[in-house]
Design a protein around this ligand. Sequence first.
Ligand code: HEC
Ligand SMILES: [Cu+2]
Length: 317
Amino acid sequence: MLTLFPLFPEQASTAAAKVDALYFFLLGVSAFFSILIFTLLIAFAVRYRRRPGRRRPERGPAALWLELLWSGVPAGLAFVMFVWGAEIYFAGANAPQRSTEIDVVARQWMWKFQHPEGNMEINELHVPAGRPFRLVMASEDVIHSFFVPAFRVKADVVPGRISSTWFEATRPGSYHLFCAQYCGTQHSGMIGAVIVMTPARFEQWLAATRPSEPASASGEKLFSRLGCGSCHAPGGSGTGPDLEGLFGSTVRLRNGQTARADETYLRRAILEPSSQVVEGYDPVMPTYQGLVGEQGVLQLITYIKAGAGGSSMRAAR
Ligand code: HEC
Ligand SMILES: [Cu+2]
């Protein structure tokens, strides 16, 4: 019966058991207090009901210990829930350093994936078990949400910015992928599968479907086709800043603010350059809005992360 109508999706990622443990704790606390309160409510209603010959007693003095108890216990429980939940939230928000990054583009109504090796997939994502993957996600139109119940992973993909999430699958199998934000008439059809394989089978799959170039090389081609290199020459000899080592650093802007060069920063630098002009430079960079799609932006970002023509890029090849 339970296998026919499972109450919970199976646990197929390293995060699943942790999320479930917290969920069961919340459920247990709620059940305990619901039962306690309703039992007492009914018991007192029966025991102290109005009967002939009985007078209402005088109101007694407030008991301090009781006040402290029923304030302290809920406060303590709420604190445990908060710390426990925050821990799981931060673990889910910060991908391990050794994660492999996969580009994800959501649009009405499908999911597009690109592996660093260059392999592209639609509505299907192949990954090996036992390795963390970080998803770098952008939307081409409206809000979508990447939801894999078996992984207990759900992250919104919001137009105009880059969001990310990560997971490490633990067991080979095929797991449902849903869009969890209503995104238009065919929202319910925006489904797919994450196919978890053994590492050996995954390597075979990767080799069999490998395209001619990795994602960073596609980014490099775009970089030269769009003429980025004419201003962003290695060593900073162009009119624009050197992009090597930019990713993850802190950038000083002309308006006196600072910004962390994360993926959303790079995306905005390409599509709305005048919104965040780097200190010491003139706002001469043209916008690439309309000239490059989200997929292209993600490839450019992959290329910039890999060193953008600098020495680290050459060393990596
Ligand atoms: C006409 C010259 C020019 C071209 C072409 C150009 N840029 Fe720029 N870019 C600049 C200048 C100048 C800045 C610094 C001022 C600013 O932030 O707008 C800059 C800033 C940037 C930044 C932020 C750098 C930092 O240090 O924070 C990134 C990222 C970037 N460009 C990427 C690109 C990409 C990718 C392309 C090609 C699609 C491109 N640029 C094309 C001139 C150019
Ligand atoms: Cu959607």
